[in-house]
Structure formats: C-alpha cells, structure tokens
Ligand binder design. Structure first.
Ligand code: NAD
Ligand code: FE2
Length: 398
C-alpha cells in the first residue's frame, strides 16, 4: 500500500503578466494597505534608472517609497541585515522587490525577519517561520529564477560560505509581476544564464520524486517554450515575442519547482555560488547534463518526454536511446548559447570537491532528486563536469 503523502500547491494570490504590467505595482501595494514601502533592488538596476521609474509608479498611487539598492548577486545575510535596518528606521509597512532572484530573495529575507524576529539563519530549511511577511509585491526583471512567485529564498551565510535554502510558505510574495519589457535590456550572457536556470527548474521538477500531474504540465510547457525561444532571446534581446515566451517559460518552471522542488543540480549549484560567488544560471547549465546523466536510469521515460519537449525526433529509437537525446539536446542548447563548457572554466578547484559534495547532500533541494547519491557519486558528478571540453565562444560573461 502506498505511503501517505499530501501534495500542496503554492503560489502568490495574484500574478500579473504582460506588457505594461509593471505599472500595476503602485495600485497593488496601495490596495494591500501600505502607506510606505521598502523597494529592494540591486545596484545595477538602480544605476540603470529602473528603480526610480518603478518608485514613480508607486508614488503616483499615493504610497511613499524608500529605495534599498543593496541586494548583491547571490545575496548575503549581511544584505538582509542592512535592508532590515533601513526598513525599520523608515517605519516601512510593506516591501516591493525589483530585479532577479537576488533582489527577491534579499527582500524575502528582510520580510521574514521583519515579522518573525531573530536573524535569517534561524529560517534555513523547510517552514521554519511562524508569521507571514509584510504585504509584498515582487517585480521580476530576469526571466530565470521565478523567485517573484516562489516560496524559496536563497541567502549566503557569509561565515560558513554556504547558500542557505529557506523553503517557507511564508516567503511567498503576495503579488508577482512579470512585464517582458523589463527584460529587454538584459545582455545576451545574462539572458542565456537565466534561461538555463529556468530550464533546469523545469527539468529537475519533472523528474523530482514530488512531481504531480499539475507540476508535470507546467514543467513540460516551460521546456517547450525554452526550446522555442531562448536562442532567439539571446540572439536578439529586442525580440519582445521571444522575451514574452521566456517570461512565461520561467513562470511555468517556477510553478513546477515551487511545488515539486528540485534536485542535485541546484543542491550542487548552491554550493558553487556560496564558495565562488558564481552566477547561478551558469552553474546550473554546466551541471545539468552531468546530474541528469546520473539520474537517467531512475526516470528513463521522463527523459524521453523531455527530449520530445526539447524538439528532438525520437521515433524508431529505444527508450534508452530516446532518453539520451534529452542530454545531447541540453548540451547543444548550452553550446549554442555560449555557456562555458565545464567547471574548470569557472575557476572551481578540485580540492574543494569533497566540501562541495558534503554540503550539497545537506541542501534541501537534494531531497527530491530521483536517484539517491552517496558522497562519492556527487564527487564523480563534479569531476565529470570539471573536465575540459571544447572552449565556448561566449556571449556569457562570468
Ligand atoms: N528563490 C528562488 O526561487 C530562486 C530560484 C533560483 C535561483 N535563486 C537565486 O537567485 C539568484 C540569481 O538571480 P538571477 O539569476 O535572477 O540574477 P540576479 O538577480 O543575481 O541579477 C544578476 C545581475 O543582472 C542584473 N539585471 C537584472 N535584471 C536586469 C535587466 N532586466 N537588464 C539588465 N541587467 C539586469 C542585475 O543588476 C545583476 O547585476 C541566486 O542567488 C540564486 O541562488 C532563487
Ligand atoms: Fe535556480
């Protein structure tokens, strides 16, 4: 008889998509009862003037704004502390995050500690907080992490050099906003990296031990959209149709992994981010074919579905041959996008493999990987991903 297990489905209450959606930020935060909001963003978007533009929409709606541009890429516990101080000193009563995963996760960290107290380290793991965050509108600009709609919050513990995975229903924003126009200025390298992050979310969710028919539908459509439009979005950033497809792809992938969770790609990538501060999407892209080669025996039929969703012709092939097509399609996509071919090119050191593997096995994302690995298996995956292959001609700058 099957073991009892309940599957939930989490996402924000309201999710706004499409050209012009960003203008809704003001009315939405106002309607949540706010009179003064903390706008959490990163330095890059602040310097580009995007934060001021969004602040103007919020002020137009009659809500005061304090901008905190202190979310660093791979945001840290120190960023959360600094943002929390600004939130409290200014008596803010809500949060708006603007940016990619780093801004949203930093903002979630601020929100969780603002209502629950303590420090962000207290909330590592699954559902460790008691209270919901303040009213929270998340505006996405990267089409990758889907953090604007997930209950995941990834914060680097600077003393341990570990990315803490905080998976908490209370970390879900109240409203998510995806306006493809905000993604048009993304450079090709960032588009490639964040797009591969979205693909990794979809694939890890599809082969996860917690997948359901609902998450499967989201994951497969996300993979189809990435296959259709990621190359185009990287080749021509002004292609709004490709950008729009990628906002839906990353959102659908978010719906999938927010509920089915992830696997060893993310569990290992979090450690690479924590130790070397590397871009999250690039780490995932390099690890993805190697982890899924390890996973192949666990879910062969599912890899056939992935191959088909990636546009591969599998007719006449055995299940095993067709499943392999998923791996070659992933590698071909990475190569077309100019993603670095191996971990060595990213500056990863072989002497760190054991520490990386040990910490990856403790990461909350590892629990739903379809094939159980021991320490040596993870070290072997790292070693395979480390090997030198053809150097890539980058649009990806790391
Ligand atoms: N919470 C989640 O569900 C979740 C899921 C996956 C990854 N993550 C985390 O998210 C982080 C990565 O986030 P990310 O990949 O979205 O990137 P990011 O937020 O770190 O941003 C990277 C850079 O892109 C710039 N940028 C952002 N939007 C831009 C735009 N439209 N035009 C030009 N430049 C732009 C930023 O200024 C920044 O310098 C990592 O810390 C990762 O661990 C979180
Ligand atoms: Fe990710």
């Amino acid at each position: 008889m099957a073991t009892e297990q309940t599957f939930g489905f989490y996402m924000p209450t309201v999710n706004l998509m499409g050209v012009g959606a960003v203008k809704e930020a003001g009315p939405r935060i106002k309607s949540l009862g706010s009179s003064k909001t903390l706008l959490v963003t990163d330095e890059g978007l602040f310097k580009m003037g995007v934060a001021d533009e969004v602040a103007a929409y919020i002020r137009e709606a009659g809500v005061d704004v304090v901008i905190f541009p202190g979310a660093e890429p791979n945001p840290t516990d120190l960023n959360v502390e600094a943002g929390l101080t600004v939130y409290k000193e200014n008596n803010c009563d809500s949060i708006v995050s603007l940016g990619g995963g780093s801004s949203h996760d930093c903002a979630k960290g601020i929100g969780i500690v603002a209502t629950n107290g303590g420090t962000i380290h207290n909330y590592e793991g699954i559902d460790q907080s008691k209270l919901g965050m303040p009213p929270f509108v998340a505006i996405n600009t990267t089409s990758g992490t889907a953090s604007e709609m997930t209950r995941f919050c990834i914060i680097t513990d600077t003393s341990r050099k570990v990315k803490m995975a905080i998976v908490d229903k209370n970390a879900t924003p109240t409203v998510s906003i995806n306006d493809p126009i905000l993604t048009v200025k993304k450079p090709a390298g960032l588009t490639a990296a964040t797009g591969m992050d979205a693909l990794t979310h979809a694939i890890e969710a599809y082969v996860s031990t917690a997948a359901t028919p609902v998450t499967d539908a989201c994951a497969l459509q996300a993979i189809r959209l990435v296959s259709k439009s990621l190359r185009g979005a990287v080749a021509n950033g002004d292609d709004v149709d490709a950008r729009n497809d990628m906002t839906y792809a990353q959102f659908l992938a978010g719906m999938a992994f927010n509920n089915a969770s992830l696997g060893y790609v993310h569990a290992i990538a979090h450690q690479l981010g924590g130790i070397y501060n590397l871009p999250h999407g690039v780490c995932n892209a390099v690890l993805l074919p190697h982890v899924e080669r390890f996973n192949l025996v666990a879910k062969q039929e599912r890899f056939v579905d992935i191959a088909v969703a990636l546009g591969e012709n599998v007719s006449g092939l055995s299940t095993r041959e067709a499943a392999e097509k998923a791996l070659t399609a992933i590698e071909q996509l990475s190569q077309d996008l100019g993603i670095p071919g191996n971990l060595q090119a990213l500056g990863v050191k072989e002497e760190d493999f054991e520490l990386l593997a040990t910490n990856a096995m403790k990461d909350a994302c590892s629990f739903t990987n379809p094939r159980k690995a021991n320490l040596q298996d993870i070290i072997n995956i790292l070693a395979a991903a480390y090997e030198v292959k053809e150097p890539q001609k980058a649009p990806v700058t790391i």
